[in-house]
Design a protein around this ligand. Structure first.
Ligand code: UD1
Ligand code: UDP
Length: 436
């Protein structure tokens, strides 16, 4: 079996690393394709060093440009590489342009795509990432979703439960594996005796909106009661400078601006922080993994589990709301403890093992092939039914040939149809197929 990993940006390198390690450990053949979307040393190369990853076999070198051009160059480059390499499966991770381009190129060549961190939805199509997630999921064959909630999102888009695997998120594997190493290796230059908050900011909807960016920086300037360490994403440096906000932040005694840090240094920063303020996706997950209260500078999140669990508060970009929420968390010990102790919804750190097990089994059973249909027939229809008998999902499907349960309702709550889920008293939606 040959696996092609496609990566393009900082978070993909980090979250793919436990999977690359696992594939290497099992002696499975693989290639690594970097689109080159992130190219600065501190946005790419640093992570290969920190995570001891092999150098990419290919780097498309797309660099920074508009979404359309970037996606087009990636599509072209990935297609060429895949046609000479012919992997058995392509793995993409997350929601960047690299993910969309990789999934689209591979699926048109009938190469199965496994989408790691599939099923996340913010239901906000103004985010480029939301479009990327949806397109990548449409193009995928295997869905590695972090939680039951993300699995149900996919079901309601018509994707099949049998292709959806609830595995947790590899971000937890990466944190567990690297935190100890980080404590020993990091040589970050900051004073960890004082209380501080770590801040990151790079979402297009914040950095490309001058009013939002100004609201956020005004809030940071007023939050003088706590030090703030801010490793600044290159996208954000540009706009902060254009709006003349960078110098204001740099002059504030309680704010320390720095270049983006490597992964090990960032884990050390997080582990010594009182809390984190961010608009990052991955950092919302890392915060709950590391028992750190998270304040998210967004109006919605594709990681609602972190909010429901109690570890994350969405504050949007209203200045007063940001200040008030940070102050509440720092002053109210009970709230602080509740947020720190929120249960991590993203798994036990064994996500990469589970994903590689699933891929290996699919390969060995001959299921990693996209072939044209051979039977005449198709979908007869979708039906809703109340189940009175005592039976689980697997036995129901065995008993009713050509029937697949799509979703189960326990009262008014939608559930993923796990094979051993008891159906008595529940309502199901099923698909029936006609086969000649
Ligand atoms: C991209 C992803 C985003 C992800 C983020 C991770 C898309 C649409 N966006 O956003 O989902 O959260 O990566 O950090 O795929 N730049 C540099 N050096 C670099 C890379 C970028 O200076 O190595 C600057 C360039 O000015 C560039 C800007 O950052 O125009 C934005 O880069 P881009 O890759 O387009 O998007 P990100 O904001 O990094
Ligand atoms: N990160 C890092 N150094 C930094 C900021 C972030 O190593 O200075 C890591 C962080 O640990 C997380 C990932 O980068 O794993 C998040 O990436 P980012 O916020 O850029 O993207 P997103 O997760 O929003 O797609």
């Amino acid at each position: 079996m040959k696996i092609a990993f496609i990566i393009g940006t900082r978070p993909e390198i980090i979250k793919m690393s436990p999977l690359i390690d696992e594939v290497k450990r099992r002696g499975i053949n693989f290639i690594l394709i970097h689109t080159g979307q992130h190219y600065d040393r501190e946005m790419s190369e640093q992570f290969f060093e920190d995570l001891e990853l092999p150098q990419p076999d290919y780097n498309i070198g797309v660099g920074s440009t508009t979404h359309g051009k970037q996606t087009a160059v990636m599509l072209d480059g990935i297609e060429e590489i895949l046609s000479s390499e012919r992997p058995d499966i392509v793995l993409v991770e997350g929601d960047t342009n690299a993910v969309m381009a990789g999934a689209l190129a591979a699926s048109k060549m009938h190469i199965p795509v496994g989408h790691v961190e599939s099923g996340l939805r913010s239901y906000d199509k103004t985010m480029p990432e939301e479009i990327n997630r949806i397109v990548a999921d449409i193009c995928s064959e295997l869905y590695f979703v972090p939680t039951e909630e993300s699995a149900v999102n996919l079901i309601f888009e018509g994707l099949h439960p049998q292709d959806i695997h609830i595995t947790g998120n590899t971000v937890v594997d990466a944190v567990y594996r690297n935190l100890k190493i980080a404590e020993n290796y990091s040589n970050l230059n900051f004073d960890i005796k004082k209380d501080f908050i770590t801040l990151t900011l790079h979402r297009a909807e914040n950095t490309d909106n001058p009013q939002r960016l100004k609201n956020i920086t005004d809030a940071l300037l007023e939050l003088k009661e706590i030090d703030i360490i801010f490793p600044v994403h290159p996208r954000t440096i540009k706009t902060l400078q254009e709006l003349k906000l960078y110098d204001q932040l740099a002059r504030a005694d309680h704010i320390q601006l720095m270049k983006p840090t490597g992964y090990l240094d960032f884990l050390v920063l997080l582990s010594h922080s009182k809390a984190v303020i961010t608009d990052s996706g991955g950092i919302q997950e890392e915060a709950i993994t590391m028992d750190l209260p998270c304040i998210t500078l967004r109006y919605n999140t594709e990681r609602p589990e972190t909010v429901t669990a109690g570890g994350n508060i969405l504050v949007g970009t209203d200045k007063e709301r940001i200040i008030q929420t940070v102050q509440n968390i720092l002053e109210d010990e009970e709230l602080y403890q509740r947020m720190s102790q929120a249960e991590n919804p993203y798994g036990d750190g064994k996500t990469s093992q589970k994903i590689v097990d699933i891929i290996t089994e699919a390969y060995e059973n001959g299921n990693l092939k996209i072939t044209p249909p051979e039977n005449i027939g198709g979908l007869e229809g979708r039906f809703i039914q109340k189940v009175e008998e005592s039976i689980d999902v697997l036995r129901y499907e065995e008993k009713n040939a050509s029937t697949r349960i799509i979703v189960v309702f326990d009262g008014d709550k939608a559930q993923f149809p796990h094979g051993n889920l008891q159906l008595k008293g529940k309502t199901i939606i099923l698909e029936r197929f006609s086969v000649e």
